[in-house]
Each structure stands twice: as structure tokens, then as C-alpha cells.
Write a protein that binds this ligand. Structure first.
Ligand SMILES: Cc1cc2nc3c(=O)[nH]c(=O)nc-3n(C[C@H](O)[C@H](O)[C@H](O)COP(=O)(O)OP(=O)(O)OC[C@H]3O[C@@H](n4cnc5c(N)ncnc54)[C@H](O)[C@@H]3O)c2cc1C
Length: 261
């Protein structure tokens, strides 16, 4: 349990909540999530929400979320001082030891886990210096409505591109990057993977799979993903996977022709 510190509506879609989280704030790793629930009316199952930001010094975690149903609606109506039940952090997060040119591509509320990643990479650069490992981080955010948190994302990356109402995947050239990391609707991530494959960069893409989840710890198998290596759980084995592992059914351009010839 942790007290809510702030719970702010940012635009027609997005809310930003900050809560006391104790040790979870120290353990939190970019790409991980917490299972949230609150109040007596809440649905039986807690809801998975990505860690947007973590501040170990104050023992707080922040979550960027969209009100889409009963659970998130209850959370959206909570006030500072209300108690939030928060379990986690869970899951395997993003790679963080990459060097070279890195792109982070988020669509809709899929932008949420990319902030902590960009922040941690910016902190790493501040310590090691860009020249030390050639790390640059470009962030691409796609919104269908009013964009949010542009200044915050802009402050933790080298270049920020914001797409409003179009396809954020159109703005990214995967061949220009050594590592590409994405979170958003599955169709958006598949389009980006197809683009990576077409540019010979299929192995550079990592995706965060937002499957429906129940337990959050790999027991109930609700979030089973079919992968190139058999079935895995998005909550424990993921949510972050190599795109090639979970989108193995996407053929590289020309592959069908080669197979048939
Ligand atoms: C690892 C992970 C991280 C996530 N991070 C965030 C986040 O940072 N911010 C955020 O707003 N949401 C995030 N989600 C999605 C979030 O869990 C769902 O929106 C939430 O569970 C909906 O609960 P509800 O009771 O409000 O809606 P429900 O009444 O349960 O569902 C309402 C609608 O939302 C859809 N929905 C429910 N769960 C999901 C899901 N997992 N993925 C896609 N659509 C779903 C349902 O199909 C339905 O149309 C994440 C999901 C996962 C698995």
C-alpha cells in the first residue's frame, strides 16, 4: 500500500499518478510494471501499469495511464492521500547497456515505459560522456490527440519527434539506428518490425508486449505469448522481447519468394 501524492489529468486521454512505493522505487527498472488496485469497488484482478518514473530518493513511483475501463476509471478518481495497492515491480525490462544510436518509439499510452528508459540512459551518458560509448537517444512519440509531456521527454533525449494524428512509424528510419525499442499497439510494433526487416535491421528491434494479465508473476498463463522458442508469459518472461522472437510470423521481404523457389 502507498499513499497517492498526485493524480493529475493531463489531457482528454492521459493521467499521471505519483504514489509512495517504498522499496519498489529502488528496485524499479525501465520497462517493468506494477499491478495496481484500489478501493472496494475495484475489479477482482489488479491492473498492470508500466513504471513511468521512479525516484528512489523519495521512494515514489509514477504511472502514466489512460482511463479505458472500470479499473483505470476508479484510479482516475482517486485523490492525494488515498491508498493505492501497488505490487511489483514485475517483468523483464528493456535492455539498458546498448551503445551507439538508439531510437525509442512509443504510440499512445505505449510512450509510458520509454520515459524511465530515456532518463536512465541520459543519466548513464552524463556519467560516461557521449564520446565514451557513442550513445545517442532519439525519442519518437505518436499521439492521436493532444500531445503530453513533450518537455519532460525532450529533456532526457538527444532529439524528440512528436507525431500527432499520423503514423509515428513513418518518422523512423530503423537503418539509422543500432538499437530500436518500441511500445504501443501491437499493429504499430508489427509495422515497425516490417520496416526493420525491409531495411535489414530486424535484429535491432525490441518490443514491449501489453497482453492482458491476471497474476503478474507467471503462474496463471493468461498473458501467454507464442514465440519462436515456444510459449512464454508476457508478465514474467517479458513484457520486453526481441521483436524477432514474438513476431516470428512476419516474413522478411523476399523470404516467401525464396522459400517457393
Ligand atoms: C505490461 C503492461 C503494461 C501496461 N502499461 C500501461 C500503462 O503504462 N498505462 C496504461 O494506461 N495502460 C497500460 N497497460 C494496459 C492496462 O493494463 C489496461 O488498460 C488496464 O488493465 C485496463 O483495465 P480497466 O479495468 O480500466 O479496463 P477493462 O474494463 O479491463 O478493459 C477496458 C478496455 O481496455 C482493453 N484492455 C484491457 N487490458 C488491456 C491490455 N493489457 N492491453 C490493451 N488493451 C487492454 C480491453 O480490451 C477493453 O477494451 C499495460 C498493460 C500491460 C500488460
Amino acid at each position: 500500500m502507498g499513499k497517492i501524492i498526485t493524480n493529475e489529468r493531463l489531457n482528454e486521454d492521459f493521467f499521471l499518478l505519483k504514489a509512495e512505493a517504498g522499496e519498489a522505487a529502488e528496485k524499479a527498472f525501465p520497462g517493468q510494471f506494477c499491478m495496481l488496485r484500489a478501493g472496494e469497488e475495484y475489479p477482482l484482478l489488479s491492473r498492470p501499469i508500466s513504471i513511468f518514473d521512479a525516484d528512489p530518493a523519495s521512494g515514489t513511483l509514477s504511472f502514466l495511464y489512460k482511463n479505458v475501463g472500470k479499473g483505470t476509471d476508479i484510479i482516475s478518481r482517486m485523490k492525494p492521500g488515498d491508498e493505492l495497492e501497488l505490487r511489483g515491480p514485475f517483468g523483464h525490462g528493456f535492455p539498458v547497456h546498448m551503445t551507439g544510436r538508439t531510437a525509442l518509439v512509443g504510440g499512445g499510452v505505449g510512450i509510458a515505459p520509454l520515459y524511465l528508459l530515456a532518463k536512465r540512459l541520459a543519466e548513464r551518458k552524463a556519467v560516461s560522456g557521449t564520446a565514451a560509448d557513442g550513445l545517442t537517444v532519439d525519442v519518437y512519440l505518436g499521439f492521436s490527440g493532444t500531445p503530453v509531456l513533450k518537455e519532460e521527454y525532450g529533456a532526457v533525449c538527444d532529439a524528440l519527434t512528436v507525431n500527432i494524428g499520423g503514423f509515428v512509424t513513418d518518422d523512423v528510419d530503423p537503418a539509422a539506428y543500432d538499437t530500436v525499442i518500441t511500445c504501443g499497439p501491437e499493429i504499430m510494433m508489427r509495422v515497425l518490425y516490417r520496416k526493420c526487416l525491409a531495411r535489414g535491421a530486424g535484429d535491432r528491434l525490441w518490443v514491449s508486449m501489453e497482453k492482458r494479465m491476471a497474476c503478474g508473476i507467471g503462474i496463471c498463463k493468461v498473458c501467454t505469448c507464442f514465440t519462436a522458442d515456444g510459449t512464454k508469459t508476457a508478465c514474467k518472461d517479458g513484457p520486453v522481447f526481441r521483436a524477432a522472437e514474438v513476431f516470428y510470423d512476419e516474413a522478411a521481404p523476399g523470404a516467401e519468394q525464396e522459400a517457393g523457389s
